[in-house]
Design a protein. Structure first.
Length: 276
């Protein structure tokens, strides 16, 4: 479901007392804060069944917010909002995303003002990752990579393809690869996800010595939601995924009807075009 198609449950101006702030008197004495929260979800089942278990209990969420903000003190309201958004998405499984505005009335800036606030929107995202290895115990490297991603609470591995033995790509003479793809539900943004993949590669002692050369572990972001973008460190969709049999075959296994956001063809159609 696209982000703009979700239903909304709203909590407006929930008041609570907390000790967030940079100055010592703020952390010692505390003050009143307010939160407005929009929870993005699907309320259809709750609407049809009239059962609370089919929805996210806004009363429970309200108490969760007050308790969380009292126990997790931050200097910046930006940090407090970020931590709360992540906690809500990790705690309540029916939430696809949240928008929250954290308000700090009468912030101590030496001037008369009513309130200062920060508003953020955070969602779960779906990414597809390619895995490959052609050094050492290849299966162990891939298995360990999947397990390492599962350890990160901001990542949920939803599907893993079969492992596929393939010939090397790029013209460098080397051993055959073991390849796979996985579907990942994540709270990380693209750069954060790339950093996490590099961290996992380093655990496998990945060395970047030869372009397209042998490696213990290679992890690439293929797709991230339906986004199309390019930075100095990352291009999404992966620029050559439609040319790589070892990518399209496992992708067609775990997401056969997923459409490439640029080429507008499904993984099955791209594989068929490559192999025909």
């Amino acid at each position: 479901m696209r982000k703009n198609n979700y239903d909304e449950i709203r909590i407006e101006n929930l008041e609570f007392f907390a000790n967030h702030g940079v100055y010592p008197e703020e952390t010692r004495l505390g003050q009143k804060f307010m939160i407005s929260l929009t929870m993005y979800t699907d309320t259809r089942r709750a609407g049809r069944t009239d059962e609370l278990e089919s929805s996210t209990n806004y009363g429970e969420v309200s108490h969760f917010i007050v308790d969380f903000m009292a126990k997790h003190t931050c200097k910046l309201i930006e940090a407090a909002a970020e931590k709360l958004a992540e906690a809500l998405l990790l705690t309540y499984p029916l939430l696809a995303g949240v928008e929250l505005e954290l308000k700090k009335p009468w912030a101590p800036v030496g001037l008369p003002l009513e309130t200062v606030s920060v508003k953020i929107r955070r969602f779960w995202h779906t990414a597809y990752i390619a895995l490959g290895s052609n050094l050492g115990d290849k299966q162990a490297y891939l298995d360990n990579a999947v397990r390492e991603l599962e350890k990160n609470e901001s990542c949920q591995v939803k599907k893993v393809s079969s492992y596929l033995v393939t010939e090397p790509y790029g013209g460098v003479e080397q051993d055959d690869f073991l390849n796979a793809c996985l579907e990942l539900r994540t709270l990380l943004d693209p750069q954060e996800l790339l950093d996490e993949l590099h961290r996992v590669e380093q655990l496998a002692h990945r060395e970047r010595l030869i372009h397209w050369g042998p490696r213990t572990l290679d992890l690439d972001i293929l797709l991230y939601d339906d986004e199309v973008f390019e930075t100095d460190t990352l291009i999404v969709p992966h620029v050559e995924m439609q040319l790589r049999d070892f990518v399209l075959r496992p992708m067609a296994e775990i997401a056969p009807n997923l459409r490439h956001p640029v080429l507008k063809k499904t993984m099955t159609e791209l594989l068929r075009a490559l192999t025909d």
